[in-house]
Design a protein around this ligand. Structure first.
Ligand code: HEM
Length: 518
């Protein structure tokens, strides 16, 4: 049924698209101006009318990777009157993200013609201007300050124990579990509690509903953004995706309104005390008459929505890929468990404070994110004309940094498709102790899972704190078996987040029972 409705959607889409392109084109022809001496980056041959649209495959990151192998690290695609520059190597990424950072500090405009109720209040897609700067400062100095992240450590620990408890239960029953779903429930609950002190996924059913909502929003917004290709006709929302998106956002909105009202009641009665979630902090700022920027309720709700979308699935996907690679690579699994045994022992669980002493663990997570970056593409916009690699990049052109292909570039990485955590390790002078090679972090631009610079991911520390602790405790406590002793299928699915194509189904077998420790 879903398959048929997808076929109908795409056939109708293509028909309407051809009609609208014909209309746009006749309109543009009247207005076209003579070409200047501008030297654009190389482009594949384009078809009349559709430009390069026909070249795009289901996985956009892989399509760009294949095209850049032929047309170079700076390539220009024209997709129905929208020029998009694709960046596919570390040196060019450095020119954009560091050497010319201020010309590329904004994001492209993806307006949803009024269907996204939060569009005008966005932080993630905001211009590099006073609102973005104010929120970013707030983000780093208050909302995710060191003391806030420490306060949230209690939430992470609490949810992690529930995750381990659930895996022990699967192990005792000898049942297979969908580990991805378990990890999603963990990240989802941590995010909900940090943002607004609610725990969304108490039961399997509720967790499933939230999972479905995230998937649905992802799918609908992807289809809706295809409407952009229809030009003016896209705004008519002929397939109803815009209206569906709006309905989902409105249901989120009314849920948050209810939670805001509860928070306001608590604030008035002074019940909240020291324990402040992000919503509480935002409401305090909203009431501050002297605040540099006046935050409204809509800004707050938009911010919460965007953190929810940016932080939950990405973190879960990072954990899922790491476990999947460890299951498929038993040698690395054993090295990691040996490290944990050596540093932590078997009388207590790994804690966040142990992480700096577990370099192999850090290498494992870095390697998993290199091989399977949860966010495969970083989006920017060119604010003013400039030259990159000797080519002209024009104001308002869209920039896509293909993080996925940069982190698999064979000129930069030996055997780039292999899972080798050791590539992130160096030996200390004595030659014995392995250390994480932090020179690989960001600076040489070949490893960019969290992007870079002012617009780089502000949730990096939070995401890594959760991922390290969860991976370490799971490896400390469980072995895994896969149906029929097969390897897990690590095919990547197409979508905004670079997740696994097949669910991570496995049998946890308790190695050290976390519930029997103090
Ligand atoms: C493993 C998990 C995560 C990965 C791989 C990831 C990756 C990224 C990447 C690649 C970007 C674009 C950076 C650029 O353009 O240079 C980004 C932006 C962003 N991320 Fe994350 N992220 C993760 C987790 C989180 C979490 C936990 C949060 C929040 C709690 C978060 C919030 C954001 C926000 C708000 C932005 C937009 C920043 C801006 O436009 O200024 N992310 N992330």
């Amino acid at each position: 049924m879903v398959f048929i409705s997808n076929i109908l959607f795409y056939s109708l889409f293509i028909t309407i698209w051809f009609v609208s392109i014909f209309l746009i084109r006749s309109n543009v022809k009247q207005r076209s101006i003579s070409k200047s001496q501008i030297q654009h980056p190389p482009s594949p041959p384009a078809l009349p009318v559709i430009g390069h649209l026909h070249l795009l495959g289901p996985s956009i990151a892989k399509t760009f990777q294949a095209l850049s192998a032929r047309y170079g690290p700076l390539m220009r695609l024209n997709i129905i009157l929208k020029n998009t520059i694709i960046v596919s190597d570390a040196a060019t990424a450095k020119e954009i993200l560091k050497d010319n950072e201020m010309s590329f500090a904004s994001r492209p405009d993806f307006r949803c013609s009024g269907y996204n109720i939060y569009e005008r209040y966005t932080f993630m897609f905001a211009e590099y201007g006073s609102y973005w700067r104010y929120m970013k400062k707030l983000f780093m100095s208050e909302l995710l300050s060191v003391s806030q992240v420490n306060y949230f450590a209690g939430i992470r620990r609490d949810e992690m124990m529930k995750l381990l408890e659930s895996l022990v239960s699967f192990s005792e029953k000898g049942k297979a579990c969908n580990l991805g779903m378990e990890l999603f429930r963990f990240t989802n609950n941590v995010t909900c509690r940090m943002l607004m002190s609610t725990r969304c996924s108490v039961s399997e059913d509720e967790s499933k509903k939230i999972w479905d909502l995230v998937k649905e929003v992802e799918e609908v917004s992807l289809k809706f953004s295809m409407g952009e290709l229809l030009g003016p006709l896209g705004k008519l929302d002929l397939f109803g995706h815009g209206r569906k998106m709006k309905a989902m956002l409105l249901s989120f909105d009314s849920m948050v309104e209810r939670i805001i009202a509860e928070h306001e009641k608590d604030m008035k009665s002074g019940r909240r005390g020291k324990n402040k979630d992000i919503l509480y902090l935002l409401l305090e700022i909203c009431m501050d008459e002297n605040a540099e920027v006046k935050l409204t309720r809509m800004h707050i709700k938009t911010f919460l929505w965007e953190l929810f979308m940016a932080g939950t699935e990405t973190t879960m996907v990072a954990m899922q890929w790491t476990i999947a690679e460890l299951i498929n690579n038993p040698k690395q699994f054993k090295i990691l468990r040996d490290e944990i045994n050596r540093v932590v022992g078997s009388k207590r669980l790994v804690q966040e404070s142990d992480i700096p002493n577990l370099p192999y663990l850090q290498g494992v997570v870095k390697e998993s994110m290199r091989l399977h970056p949860p966010a495969a593409l970083a989006l920017r916009r060119c604010d003013k004309d400039c030259k990159i690699n000797g080519y002209d990049i024009l104001a308002n052109e869209r920039i896509i940094i293909n993080v996925y292909s940069i982190m698999k570039d064979p000129n930069m990485w030996e055997n780039p498709l292999d899972f080798v955590p050791e590539r992130f390790m160096t030996k200390s002078q004595g030659g014995h102790i392995d250390q994480v090679d932090d020179t690989i972090k960001g600076q040489n631009f070949k490893n960019l899972p969290f992007g870079y610079g002012r617009r780089g991911c502000p949730g990096e520390n939070l995401a890594l704190a959760s991922t390290h602790e969860v991976i370490a405790t799971i490896v400390q406590c469980f072995d895994f078996e896969v149906e029929d002793g097969k390897e897990l299928n690590v095919e990547e699915k197409a979508g905004f987040t670079n997740g696994m194509s097949h669910p991570l189904i496995c049998y946890p077998i308790t190695h050290m029972n976390p519930l029997q420790l103090n």
